[in-house]
Design a protein around this ligand. Structure first.
Ligand SMILES: NC(=O)C1=CN([C@@H]2O[C@H](COP(=O)(O)OP(=O)(O)OC[C@H]3O[C@@H](n4cnc5c(N)ncnc54)[C@H](OP(=O)(O)O)[C@@H]3O)[C@@H](O)[C@H]2O)C=CC1
Ligand SMILES: O=C(O)C1=N[C@H](C(=O)O)C[C@H](O)C1
Length: 251
């Protein structure tokens, strides 16, 4: 059986990429290509919804899908821990509700973030530098927000990172205590570096996206997981079973 997918944000860069992937696959069909001029009711009758819009619109798309009992995959950025908590409250225990939020569909990015959470407990001086194409309207990036929040979670016992002079604007925006510095410029697609400062040493975990093709496998993996998902799932790492692969589920 092929699942029909309503793509919201279909004319955008990511929406167009996902629509092409869906149309070329054996297990999905395109139910509707929805843009900002279309009514959200265009998702009616779809088996699945894929949201690739803008942070201001994404929660409305999720709510529209949840209300109709249609599982929804979110690739849009802007999903802070606070936003995710609201969705979790909304869908927990709600029959048939399924929401997957993937801050970054690329395997390398997910692994880099995971490596950063491992290092997080060993250093107090931690900052994130992220760089994206000039067309990206939101900052910090969704990936940086997620990375900073996971770093803070991993350091729960150790406490906030050390961020001296954080009141000065040039010191970046603190997310869960971690300073994040955002570059928006020509010549770059998407990059992130997490810098760890220790006694007489620096560790840098850097990921670079050189082509949107890096997102393709993650999009299909998440779409394939959607029909059997219940409740809220966040991050490609959950779908890849990274904890199991690392033996962390046995701790
Ligand atoms: N998770 C991941 O791995 C990745 C996530 N992203 C994120 O995905 C999102 C989209 O990125 P990108 O494709 O580059 O952005 P674009 O600006 O190219 O596309 C955004 C699209 O959203 C649509 N849109 C805006 N408002 C609405 C609305 N009310 N209803 C329906 N559609 C709407 C626009 O439609 P219209 O043209 O009709 O105005 C536009 O086509 C961003 O948040 C970005 O950060 C990006 C890359 C990877
Ligand atoms: O807008 C982009 O391009 C990207 N957005 C996502 C983000 O905000 O983290 C994912 C990736 O960084 C590319």
């Amino acid at each position: 059986m092929a699942y029909s997918v309503a793509v919201v944000g279909a004319a955008g860069r990511m929406g167009a990429l996902a629509t092409r992937l869906i149309a070329a696959s054996d297990d999905f069909t395109v139910h509707a290509r929805i843009g900002s001029a279309d009514p959200i009711e265009a998702i009616d009758g779809a088996d699945l919804v894929l949201d690739l819009t803008v942070p201001a619109v994404s929660p409305e798309v999720v709510e529209a899908a949840v209300t109709r009992g249609i599982p929804v995959l979110v690739g849009t950025s802007g999903w802070t821990a606070e936003r995710l908590a609201k969705v979790r409250t909304r869908v927990d225990g709600l029959d048939g509700a399924a929401v997957i939020v993937i801050p970054n569909f690329s395997l390398g990015s997910v692994l880099a973030t995971r490596l950063a959470t491992i290092a997080a407990g060993f250093f107090d001086s931690i900052e994130i530098i992220e760089a994206h194409h000039a067309g990206k309207s939101d900052s910090p990036s969704g990936t940086a927000i997620r990375t900073a929040e996971l770093i803070a979670e991993a350091r729960a016992e150790r406490g906030p990172v050390s961020a001296p002079h954080a009141d000065q604007r040039a010191r970046g925006q603190q997310v869960a205590s971690v300073p994040v510095h955002s570059l928006r410029m020509d010549g770059i697609l998407a990059e992130q570096e997490v810098v760890f400062g220790g006694t007489g040493e620096t560790l840098r975990i850097r990921h670079q996206t050189v082509s949107d093709a890096s997102y393709e496998a993650g999009i299909l993996l998440a779409l394939r997981a959607l029909p059997t998902t219940r409740g809220l799932v966040v991050g490609l790492d959950s779908l890849l079973g990274l904890d199991r692969l690392l033996g962390l589920d046995r701790l």
